[in-house]
Design a protein around this ligand. Structure first.
Ligand code: SAM
Length: 217
């Protein structure tokens, strides 16, 4: 059974930030995003059905539409999904569907997706292992999983700053993994890690940790 208090807390935090998310969070904190989006769109390969988990305002999903046959993107926040849908409509994109869903209980059948992407979100989930178990279930045998998190665990300074921010309620839960710990976590969740790397723009303070894996049978 879902813990509704946990889910509600996560939903509320992100909904509050939805309208200014692209400008206030992404453009200010993550200069890496334009090249990151290009890289993800390239790494998913051509064609196929792709699921994006925790899409936010759809930045990644709307980039992947030119490579994939179809993209389905979900997020727990209705406000985030509204922003994403607005952009898709303005851009005239018709091979993407956005819906409000919880990563801990995905409403999709087993093995439905060729690729799943989860960008900059697993570290913000209270129980990322529940999301990984669902991602694994909906991925086809041998399907690809691209997971990216903020590299908080790469430096003691970030660990301290983020611990304080979560304690005073500025941020929701924040897991503090480094690249090897993140790759191990993916590996132990039923995936075989193919590549792992740090991505960092010179103007960003923190790196993103980028892991490509395959569903381990
Ligand atoms: C830092 S934002 C990243 C958004 C997007 N992936 C991007 O790269 O811009 C984290 C997102 O995770 C979503 N999220 C958090 N918990 C979730 C859950 N249990 N299920 C689905 N989405 C969730 C939030 O609503 C938020 O949009």
């Amino acid at each position: 059974m879902q813990d509704n208090t946990r889910t509600e807390k996560e939903r509320k935090f992100w909904s509050k930030n939805a309208s200014g998310y692209d400008q206030s969070i992404i453009e200010r904190h993550w200069k890496i995003y334009p090249s990151l989006l290009d890289k993800i769109a390239q790494d998913i390969g051509t064609g196929g059905t792709v699921l994006e988990v925790a899409t936010g305002t759809g930045l990644v999903a709307l980039k992947m539409v030119s490579a994939a046959d179809h993209v389905h993107a979900i997020d727990i926040s209705p406000q985030m999904i509204d922003e994403a849908k607005k952009k898709a409509e303005e851009m005239g994109i018709d091979n993407v569907a956005f819906s409000v869903e919880d990563a801990y209980a995905l409403p999709f059948g087993d093995g439905m997706f060729d690729t799943v992407v989860c960008n900059n979100a697993l570290h913000n989930m209270k129980q990322p292992e529940d999301a990984l178990s669902e991602i694994r279930r909906v991925l086809r045998p041998d399907g690809r999983f691209i997971a990216i998190i903020a590299g908080v665990g790469e430096s003691l300074k970030f660990k301290i700053v983020l611990t304080i921010s979560t304690l005073i309620g500025q941020l929701p839960v924040f897991h503090k993994l480094n690249l090897d710990e993140f790759a191990d976590f993916i590996d132990k969740s039923g995936f075989a890690v193919v590549t792992k790397e740090r991505l960092k723009h010179p103007e960003d303070s923190m790196a993103l940790l980028y892991v490509i894996s395959k569903k381990d049978e």
